[in-house]
Design a protein around this ligand. Structure first.
Ligand SMILES: *[C@@H]1O[C@H](CO)[C@@H](O)[C@H](O)[C@H]1NC(C)=O
Ligand SMILES: *[C@@H]1O[C@H](CO)[C@@H](O)[C@H](O)[C@H]1NC(C)=O
Ligand SMILES: *[C@@H]1O[C@H](CO)[C@@H](O)[C@H](O)[C@H]1NC(C)=O
Ligand SMILES: *[C@@H]1O[C@H](CO)[C@@H](O)[C@H](O)[C@H]1NC(C)=O
Ligand SMILES: *[C@@H]1O[C@H](CO)[C@@H](O)[C@H](O)[C@H]1NC(C)=O
Ligand SMILES: *[C@@H]1O[C@H](CO)[C@@H](O)[C@H](O)[C@H]1NC(C)=O
Ligand SMILES: *[C@@H]1O[C@H](CO)[C@@H](O)[C@H](O)[C@H]1NC(C)=O
Ligand SMILES: *[C@@H]1O[C@H](CO)[C@@H](O)[C@H](O)[C@H]1NC(C)=O
Length: 305
């Protein structure tokens, strides 16, 4: 029995669970919603356009007669829910397989009585799971504006609301990276599962070859999940950056998913640990063998017994 195999077994099992969670976080309503790659906050989208103190000189407002009046009156009552007045959601959170949408409760903007930590996400819906999903908020927002039930349907589009085209361009550039990230998570999970099986098998099948195969598979698993984590980090940082820099003027902001990033990098660290354990075992095994051999030779040379 090779008791040292217990450590890599535990590490691989933990890494397998964590990388599964990375892949499936947020894939159904209410399941690990806080573990989004990036969250788009549209709760104040359009608030600058509907600024009532400028309404007399605002061509946008005069364009929309009746519907706008109702919006303005509700805005006056509660400026916190611009997105809801437009028929949009407060936030759209991008996951690896899909996106979710919902409202901030009790309100989207922290104020004197509402601290940032008391704001929670209330999910209303998640899109279907799609392999190689790419976050495309424009399509979602355009559809929701067009089908809103508050009398604005078909009267407003994203162009009217000054949706920045740079955001679409920036997110579109991440399309290939998103597909690569998804593929690498799948490959990583496959290799981690294989590493776990090999570690279990190595309890019964000992020897240099077994250790060597374990080192190889664990390193490949580490490489795949590490690369996936790196790409996920790049996507989260880049998407949040693009949205924050171009969306500021129209009330859009984004936040990268710190919790998701912690999760994926912990999984990577666990696989690094498993790889190093097997390396150490390989070296130790070789050392033990050499000692044993030289001991044997020593007895032979003495020959006296
Ligand atoms: C509305 O416009 C005024 C004057 O331009 C500005 O001071 C104020 O911050 C604006 N309010 C919002 C909510 O954008
Ligand atoms: C505005 O509302 C009034 C009454 O609700 C309606 O008669 C009128 O046709 C509306 N105007 C437009 C342009 O929708
Ligand atoms: C803070 O925001 C919440 C939710 O939008 C609202 O109910 C509350 O009245 C606000 N408090 C103040 C002091 O504006
Ligand atoms: C949402 O965005 C608005 C405007 O950018 C910001 O004031 C608010 O704090 C954000 N809310 C959350 C929960 O991040
Ligand atoms: C979440 O939203 C639903 C309806 O959209 C509402 O019934 C529920 O009370 C909300 N939950 C919280 C915690 O606010
Ligand atoms: C999501 O999946 C359900 C059932 O699997 C299907 O009926 C529905 O049309 C799908 N929605 C979209 C937007 O693809
Ligand atoms: C808006 O909805 C109508 C029908 O509901 C549809 O004909 C039109 O193509 C939609 N426009 C956009 C931009 O989605
Ligand atoms: C959006 O609205 C503007 C003005 O109302 C119009 O010129 C433009 O063609 C519309 N775009 C789409 C995609 O419907």
């Amino acid at each position: 029995m090779r008791f040292l195999a217990i450590l890599p077994i535990l590490l691989c099992a933990a890494a397998l669970v964590l990388s599964f969670l990375c892949l499936f976080a947020g894939s159904s309503k209410g399941f690990m919603e806080e573990y989004a790659l990036v969250t788009l906050n549209t709760s104040q989208f359009g608030s600058t356009l509907f600024n009532t103190s400028e309404s007399s000189t605002n061509p946008f407002l005069s364009l929309l007669d009746n519907a706008t009046n109702s919006i303005e009156s509700s805005l006056n009552a509660d400026l916190a829910s611009v997105a809801q007045d437009l028929g949009l959601h407060d936030f759209y959170s991008a996951h690896i397989l899909n996106y979710c949408e919902g409202y901030y409760t009790p309100g989207p903007v922290p104020n004197a009585t509402l601290s940032k930590h008391d704001i929670h996400r209330n999910i209303t819906a998640c899109s279907n799971k799609t392999a190689g999903y790419t976050f495309d908020p424009r399509a979602t927002l355009a559809h929701e504006l067009n089908t809103s039930t508050n009398g604005l349907a078909g009267k407003l589009n994203l162009t009217d609301l000054n949706w920045p085209a740079e955001i679409d361009k920036g997110l579109h550039a991440l399309r290939i990276a998103s597909i690569a990230m998804f593929a690498l998570y799948c490959v990583g999970i496959a290799f981690i599962a294989l590493a776990l099986l090999l570690a279990l098998a190595s309890i019964f099948f000992q020897g240099r070859l077994s250790s060597f195969v374990n080192v190889l598979v664990d390193c490949l698993a580490f490489l795949a999940i590490g690369l996936a984590s790196a790409i996920a980090t790049a996507i989260a940082v880049k998407a949040a950056d693009v949205i924050n820099s171009y969306g500021k003027d129209v009330g859009i902001s984004a936040q990268k998913g710190s919790r998701f990033l912690v999760l994926t990098w912990v999984a990577t660290a666990l696989m690094l640990g498993a790889s190093l354990t097997w390396c150490a075992e390989c070296v130790a095994g070789r050392g033990a063998k050499r000692t044993r051999r030289s001991e044997k030779r020593g007895y032979g040379e003495d020959g006296g017994y």
